[in-house]
Design a protein around this ligand. Sequence first.
Ligand code: ADP
Length: 471
Amino acid sequence: MKKLSIGVRLTLWYLAVFALGELVFGAGMWFILRANLYDIVDDSVESQIEDLRNFLSAQKPDTPLPALQQQVKGAYSIEHPGDYLALYLENGDLVYRSAFLDAHPSALLPPQQVKRPISESRRIEHHPFRFLFEKMSVNGRVFIVEMGIPADDAVDTLHQFRNYLWIFAPLLLFGAAGLGYWMSRKALAPMDELVRTARAVSGTSLNTRLPKLATGDELQRLSDTLNEMLDRIEKAFSRITQFTADASHELRTPISLMRTEAELALRRARGEEEYRESLRHILLEAERTTGLIEQLLSLARADSGREIVRMSKLDLRPMVQSVIGGWRQVATMRGLQFSADVDTSAFVAGDETLLRRAIEILLDNAFKYTPAPGWVHLRLEQSDENVVISVQDSGVGIEPVEQGRIFERFYRIDKARTRNLGGAGLGLAIAQWVAVQHHGEIIVESRPGEGSTFRLQLPRLSMPVADPQPA
Ligand code: ADP
């Protein structure tokens, strides 16, 4: 079943609550009015009974019953109030009963039943009456008086009130429903606008924003929150688009170099050495491309959260020592001095593969950007809280303005020069991701022309020196 819209549901709720309110109010007012009107009628019966009491007390106390009957009859049979009067003695002897009540004895109570004052409504010949039954003692005699009075006016007023209720309550209800529906439509109108705009948002129109509401209510919070979400999605989306564009661009360069090399080699017949040279170039480019693809995959995995990070208690000393072993040869080949200061064990909670990759990146950069004759120094040190692996070089250095940007993806200071050195500007982005995964950071200090120091700082794990193995 199709769900009703919020506007209609709100209106229905409003209607139900309003109808209930009207019902309670109408019924309450009706009962109050009835009680008040009956009070007025009862008061007038009581004042007539008071008259009767006065009349009886004016009689001699020992008037015999027949004489009393005559006097009451004489006084009441012709007077209007006597039309609805019955008077008994306590023993049930009748003193007086009007002709009307003689004709309608069902309106009366047997005198023995009247122990205390009773007020009751009666219908006689389709006419409403209020009756009062009460015991009263006058001049030492106890009488039972049963007196009524027509209550047509009171009942007519009540009927009139009920009729007005029947007419005006539905009118008010419909009016309120209409007003409620209009108000809910008005309050929810911005919602339709939000829905329309949200529908229009797609991958190519991510810069669309929902209308800015100034209603100061939930709808404004909703649109603000959705807009903030769109901001984040747009940024993430443009990062991915930029990444894809940069990656394609980076991949195109080595592939077109390989293609040109192969085309040139095939253009005419060449000697074996020339072919070898061409193949060497192609191999070099292929190796670079493989490295680049590995970096791209690593970042893509990191972005999607699929790069597995296996944390364990790790002593960095043996790991760093094994890394630097391979770089000694590179240093000799490049005419650089390479020294290391890795004397103490230093424990961190870390992923060995990832940390090794980060250190390799820092060392690779130090060697790439340090022309011979120069030096590279690696140091493993620790403070109370941190373990720091610092890689220092005497290389080209980095301008202060560039120092914040070198961690961006594909950012290279001198594109032409670094391309020859083999970098695509991804190394530091990866190293920084590794540092962040370890709740650490990479700090750079550098002076152009003098060299740079990159510090990979990780939270230290206090560990017994004897147990470097993962738990
Ligand atoms: P690449 O793979 O190009 O080296 P990185 O992200 O590792 O990319 O480094 C980004 C840029 O930072 C490099 O292109 C280089 O210009 C600069 N850089 C990195 N390390 C050093 C260093 N030790 N000395 C001087 N410049 C450096």
